[in-house]
Ligand binder design. Structure first.
Ligand code: ADP
Ligand code: MG
Length: 593
């Protein structure tokens, strides 16, 4: 892959030096301009899972800002760039704050509205020249050279493309990058790992907008004139097309998609009108058909096909040694770490958890069992901050003693030392086992969200990365997956995926581990291995709350049990006692004695 990148840079650098026809240079410039925008789309849509139709409007902001300042006030294009970036950042931030917190279709709809309104704004403002736009934009001066010709500005455009590729790859291959990759699929898992998902979404929305703005700035100084047409909704959709065709999940997909669609569009624009005997944007129809076919045949885009030819190195490698992370002080064995005090949860008229009382002590395995629908997962979600309690209190021990945690968001609860797994495994199937687990150490990084992003892009995060990846490796070895560090997590068997989730939970250095039906769907041997691991963790001083359906699995494993049925506690005590309790037998066997 590294060789491929070098090859790419050489080709890009040679193109304008060789006697390449002017026509090809012009096309290459347009490819580069689109690629910069589409790299942002890859980050936003492919990696972050958010769809925006409005990227062209940000391109327009960058173009109009510099066009206005340079033509009306005679300012330098570099000032035009700076102001454009500031305006774009402010606009993206405002738009992000409004739309990102909403889920589902609101973001795409919001970006469509944004794209349309900005287009009409450009076209109707007197000082921006209405639909005629602004002319006479000067060239960019760089290192004493005036970039007058297409061949000269080519270097600047492709320098930006290459820098953007490097920046994006650095970012994705880091702690904030893993957090961004975890946004896909709702953010429940990311929040549980301590990621502030709302903030992360806004940050990548702003980054994508800034890339678009830079493309617009270059465009304005290449064209020397701007008008609203290239910044409309059509263009926004085209950028999305490019990303999807190339491969929206891959940085190189952006380059491939921008290249293919720009070339194809150019060809179609000359062929189709001649073929059909009339003028019009017929290429849009062909693009549409292509898109439908592609989504059916290769929904990941075309890049994965090309990628097979290059040897893949895993993104992140675990070091053999690194500075060990500081550990939390553990509460003395036998002290109460979790206290559930008359907790009630109602879903409308349904009483899912009925004034439940129990506690978990340090160094014990506590079982919370009950038949399907008893309210176990609901209780689990109340403790982990996924759901708010209707009534009652949940307290957890930290360095200041027992503190209320009900009402805190999930990411605050994991910060205090409650690690969790999911009943249905939540992992990033394409990401390596190591990186999946490193995500669990998100909160143990040294930088804040923004500083983390800057240091990652600039590669100043080496120590942090090594420390976190080493921690992930240590936890993977602890659960017995040390041999599978670089496998894609999706290729693991279910039992191994469950162990992976435990390793990930261990990465937050928890005092209490919450496991929701970890044995469900496992084969006998896998269950044995899991039980073995939990005993080992307990021996190391870990407190575990085990939510289970399978009575046999918990009988030999747990120290104490609480049995729930229809949200109500029907028994509690030592496993042997509970097993004899008639109410429990009734609940599990439905009265058949
Ligand atoms: P368990 O994990 O013990 O099988 P759950 O906690 O998942 O049980 O469910 C307990 C009850 O609460 C069930 O009747 C379920 O249908 C209901 N329930 C769970 N989550 C919700 C929800 N988000 N909205 C409405 N009802 C829910
Ligand atoms: Mg459940």
């Amino acid at each position: 892959m590294r060789k491929f990148f070098l090859f790419f840079i050489v080709v890009v650098a040679l193109l304008p030096i060789l006697p390449t026809p002017e026509f090809w240079i012009t096309l290459a410039n347009y490819i580069g301009l689109s690629a910069i925008v589409v790299l942002g789309v890859v980050l936003l849509t492919g990696v972050g899972g958010m769809i925006s139709f409005g990227q062209a409007a940000f391109v327009g902001l960058g173009a109009y800002a510099t066009a206005y300042l340079t033509t009306q006030f005679g300012l330098s294009p570099w000032i035009g760039l700076l102001v454009g970036l500031l305006i774009t950042a402010a606009a993206a931030l405002a738009l992000g704050l409004i739309t990102m917190r909403l889920s589902g279709h609101y973001l795409p709809l919001g970006t469509i509205a944004w794209g349309l309104s900005l287009y009409f704004l450009f076209g109707n403002l007197e000082f921006l020249g209405k639909y005629d736009g602004l002319n006479g934009i000067p060239s960019i001066k760089l290192l004493g050279i005036t970039l007058d010709s297409g061949r000269e500005i080519y270097f600047l455009i492709w320098l930006v493309v290459i820098l953007a590729i490097v920046a994006l790859q650095n970012l994705l291959n880091s702690r904030p990058g893993r957090a961004i990759r975890a946004l896909k699929g709702g953010g429940l898992m990311a929040e549980a790992m301590g990621v502030n998902t709302a903030r992360m979404k806004i940050v990548i929305f702003v980054i994508a907008a800034l890339l678009a703005c830079i493309s617009g700035w270059l465009y304005a100084h290449l064209q020397r004139a701007v008008n609203p047409t290239p910044f409309g909704l059509n263009a926004g959709i085209e950028y999305l097309f490019m990303a999807v065709v190339g491969g929206v999940g891959y940085v190189w997909g952006a380059i491939l998609g921008a290249t293919l669609l720009t070339l194809l569009k150019d060809q179609l624009q000359s062929i189709l009108p001649a073929l059909l005997g009339s003028n019009g944007n017929f290429e849009v129809i062909v693009f549409g058909i292509m898109m439908v076919l592609l989504l059916q045949r290769a929904s990941d885009g075309l890049w994965p096909y090309l990628r097979q030819w290059f040897p893949q190195k895993p993104l992140a490698l675990a070091p053999d040694v690194a500075v060990a992370l500081a550990r939390r002080s553990r509460p003395a064995s036998g002290t109460v770490v979790l206290e559930v005090d008359r907790v009630r949860k109602e879903f409308g008229g349904l009483l899912a958890v009925n004034d439940l009382v129990f506690d978990v002590c340090a160094g014990e395995i506590m079982g919370l069992i009950g038949p399907n629908g008893a309210g176990k997962s609901t209780m689990f979600n109340l403790v982990t901050g996924v759901l708010p309690v209707t009534r009652g209190e949940i307290r957890f021990r930290d360095t200041h003693g027992l503190q209320r945690i009900d009402g805190l968001p999930a990411r605050q609860i994991v910060k205090r030392g409650i690690g969790r797994t999911f009943q249905h495994v939540h992992l990033l199937a394409d990401m390596s086992v190591l990186e999946n687990v490193a995500l669990g150490a998100h909160l143990r990084g040294t930088h804040g969200d923004l500083a983390g992003i800057f240091t990652s892009i600039l590669r100043l995060n080496k120590t942090e990365e090594q420390t976190l990846l080493f921690e992930a490796k240590v936890q993977l070895e602890r659960v017995g997956l040390g041999a599978l560090l670089y496998e894609p997590a999706g290729s693991l068997a279910l039992g191994q995926q469950r162990l992976l989730e435990i390793a990930r939970a261990l990465c937050c250095d928890p005092t209490l581990l919450l496991l929701d039906e970890p044995a469900a769907g496992l084969r006998y041997q896998e269950k044995q291995a899991l039980a073995e691991l939990l005993r080992k963790l307990k021996a190391e001083g870990m407190s575990i709350l085990l939510v289970e359906h399978d009575m046999d699995f918990v009988m030999n494993l747990t120290d104490r049990l609480v049995v729930m049925e229809f949200g109500t506690r029907i028994a509690a005590g030592l496993p042997a006692e509970v097993q004899q309790n008639p109410a429990v037998v009734e609940a599990y066997l439905g009265g058949i004695d």
